[in-house]
Design a protein around this ligand. Sequence first.
Ligand code: PLP
Length: 386
Amino acid sequence: MTKNFIPYGQQWIDEDDIREVVEVLRSNYLTTGPKIEEFEKKFATYVGAKYAVALANGTAALHAACFAAGIGEGDEVITTPMTFAASANCILYQGATPVFADIDPNTYNIDPADIRRKITQKTKAIIPVDFTGQPVLIDEIMAIANEHNLIVIQDAAHSLGADYKGRKIGSIAHMTEFSLHPVKHITTGEGGVITTDDKSLYNKLKLFRTHGITRDSELLHNKEEGPWYYEQLELGYNYRITDIQCALGISQLRKLDDFILRRRAIIKRYNEALNRLEGVVIPYQEQNTNSSWHLYIIKLELEKLKANRRAIFDALRAQNIGVNVHYIPVYYFPYYQQMGYTKGLCPTAEKLYESIITIPLFPKMSDTDIEYVINVVSKVINYYLK
Ligand SMILES: *Cc1c(COP(=O)(O)O)cnc(C)c1O
């Protein structure tokens, strides 16, 4: 079998997208112009939030959210180890301490019961991650947060367009973060968004995005100085997104529902075919959640196989399938180990890590690609069955 390499994820850019971007290049604004606000308004409306703030990338968005939440030195913030490093790094940026809660063995999402166990006097916030696009049990997490007066920053980098009990993700937690990296649901090249219903968090996020500087007369200490006048109220960063990027974002947002429909059609086919396959477990879905499917992860039943994950991974890669592993538990990294985190902290996440493989999933995949992936995965697994 020969076949072009199929990556695990990829953007879908078409001529409309290109036209929208070129229009901005011909206009007067490249960076902070009208497209940013237009994109933010449309994004907020889509997820059902009052406000959206678009930033340079999802990591900057998480950093801004941690700032707005007032997270600082001496605080602890609970998150999952089964995520991209950014979900925990943003806590360190603010001088606070990440505390890892273990995952649920079925959904692989953070386990609310373990969040409860990890709460101390120092806990300030929770950053749950909608792993692979399936929303966390956000009602339970919000209830825990309310009991203990904590802020919830939902890392929804995987779950744009997903819903929980009929409500769109982005409208439930105090703040919700989205990523617009090319492998995510829609892209601006690099980009990130925070949504919130809280005006004061919104103001802080906007300040943080641009050096802590404002011209907003509502926020200025000295309102009389003159039209040139602005003030720096906080120590912020240059985390701005550009008009060029937001033009792409506006155009991509129009296609989001179609992208998600296509993702759901692909996983329906994957589930049908791979559920029958001995030796792998397909993703488990909670009743109350409707995933928008960023990743499709198969779990190997290693006890039924003659090979380990590495051998199966290599066999799939050898057939040009761009398999990947999401994720290495964050605290396994040398940087975290040096800080004193040790293996054994979250046994369920650690065990899961040994047996997972991400197979390709992106809306532009052709039906031929899908059948090819199913075929190769089935052959490789059957070959290694005991
Ligand atoms: C992609 C991602 C982010 C943000 O990443 P950026 O590349 O900075 O946009 C944050 N958390 C998770 C879980 C992600 O997958």
